[in-house]
Design a protein around this ligand. Structure first.
Ligand code: DUC
Ligand code: ZN
Length: 454
């Protein structure tokens, strides 16, 4: 029996185990895993790892912050960069505007994404104060394949505790998963005002206005609220010990609480904000980068399942966009790029660095993100799953820079960093998207993943 495509002689790495096998693909699905398979096309993966396509459940493509500020990767450039880095599925956001219904906002985001995306994607729905009166519409949103809901404890979307409670109850009632930006916004706005009034306008005052201790408080508060309501909760972008401890303590009690970290917290520190001028403004993101002492805590937490996944929170702004906040750190648009380098960074420094086993690398970057976020048929190498695969060259050395990366942004926080290990071939639903440095996909080739509540 022949297949449309066979990946031959590779070392298959899954979240559970590592073994030698050929993978046979028929149409869009994995049809066989075995020995001596043959196909219309065969790719030799000898000496290479074969992993599931990586899954990044937290990205912001074309994020509109208002005032003409839009994150610089759109659905084409961002998903192409993701594919170069081995990511075959992302989850981005619907951010309803005041006066829009939830379904109108969903339709608009689909209309933007569908023609441009080169990889598969799903959408979280953000629920701010203006959406609280519309919570009765959540069942219709679930019918559109949205099962995860973003709750902000910061920014204009910031929910007060009573609103958080109502949103958590509504999400529970539709069987969904809340994903939360946990910070104490009241304290942050107060500290920002104090610092600016004292003439402290430089980027180094950004982390000093967003204390880790109170990020822990916010995470603990939403975990308590979710526990009381009886709904699982996923805490986004964790960079400090204080939040890790809250998630770990909840999990130790058997609660369905999940936490993610991102490359920027594993590899960068708040010292980056001390750089002069624009350089110090570039890595501004929220929550902010933390201390060197937090990094081993994050790695250990990933290894021992106190944290379950690594996403990027990819949200690039160009140097010109970042320069808007040069005289006032609170006006610097928040966000850093890493949609392309995540999988390789985690291999190079996580696996090669001795923090993660190869299986745990696949688990935190592919399998658990897909499972937690209801992405059926993603993140796993097994018969019947989508043939989303990466042939990963564990030896290839790449020096990260704007010359080697494909993100649509004129800087990278990882400039000059060398990784050892990089995707050689990225395959989505049986189609080769990237092969040896050449992008062979096209706009609109990716599909919306219609998720089912669990
Ligand atoms: N934080 C960022 O830094 N950027 C995008 C959104 C967020 O929460
Ligand atoms: Zn985000």
């Amino acid at each position: 029996m022949t297949y449309d495509l066979v990946i031959k002689n590779g070392t298959v790495v899954t979240a559970e185990t590592t073994y030698q096998a050929d993978i046979g693909i028929r149409g869009e699905r994995i049809a066989a895993i075995g020995e001596d398979l043959s196909g219309a096309r065969e790719i030799d993966a000898a000496g290479r790892l074969v992993t599931p396509g990586a899954v990044d459940v937290h990205v912001h493509l074309s994020l509109n912050l208002g005032g003409g500020l839009v994150s610089s990767d759109d659905w084409f450039t961002g998903t192409r960069a993701a594919a170069f880095g081995g990511t075959t599925t992302i989850v981005d956001f619907v951010h309803p505007e005041a006066g829009e219904t939830l379904l109108q906002a969903y339709d608009l985001r689909r209309a933007e994404a569908d023609p441009q995306t080169t990889i598969d994607y799903a959408l979280h729905l953000a629920l701010g104060p203006a959406q609280i009166p519309q919570l009765d519409d959540l069942p219709q949103v679930v019918e559109r394949g949205i099962t995860t809901f973003k709750l902000y404890m910061a920014y204009g979307y910031c929910l007060k505790d009573g609103e958080l409670l109502q949103a958590l109850e509504a999400i529970r009632d539709v069987g969904g998963l809340p994903v939360v930006h946990a910070e104490n916004w009241d304290v942050i706005t107060t500290l920002v005002q104090h610092n600016l009034a004292a003439g402290h306008t430089e980027p180094r005052w950004h982390p000093r206005s967003r204390p880790a201790y109170l990020e822990g408080e916010a995470a603990g508060r939403v975990i308590d609220l979710a526990t009381w309501v009886g709904v699982p909760v996923h805490i986004f972008h964790i960079g400090c010990r204080e939040v890790v401890e809250r998630v770990a303590a909840a999990r130790a009690k058997g609660l369905p609480v999940y936490g993610e970290t991102c490359p920027q917290y594993l590899f960068l520190t708040e010292a980056a904000y001390d750089a002069p001028g624009l350089q110090g403004a570039l890595p501004v993101c929220a929550p902010p980068l933390r201390t060197e002492a937090d990094q081993p805590v994050l790695w250990r937490a990933l290894a021992q399942d106190d944290l379950q996944l690594v996403t990027t929170d990819h949200c690039p702004f160009t140097k010109e966009q970042k320069a808007r906040g040069l005289n006032d750190f609170s006006r610097i648009p928040g966000g850093v790029p890493s949609i392309e380098a995540r999988f390789a960074l985690l291999y190079s420094y996580g696996v090669r660095g001795g923090y993660l086993t190869p299986e745990r690398w696949v688990d935190v970057c592919c399998t658990t993100p897909a499972r937690l976020h209801h992405l059926e048929r993603k993140g796993v190498i097994a018969v019947g799953y989508d043939a989303d695969l990466v042939i990963f060259d564990p030896d290839r050395r790449v020096t990260l820079s704007t010359d080697t990366l494909h993100e649509n942004v004129d800087w990278t926080p990882y400039d000059g960093m060398e990784v050892q290990g990089w995707p050689a071939v990225t395959i989505q639903r049986g189609a080769v998207l990237v092969e040896n440095g050449t992008f062979t996909g096209k706009a609109g080739q990716g599909r919306y993943v219609h998720r089912q509540k669990k």
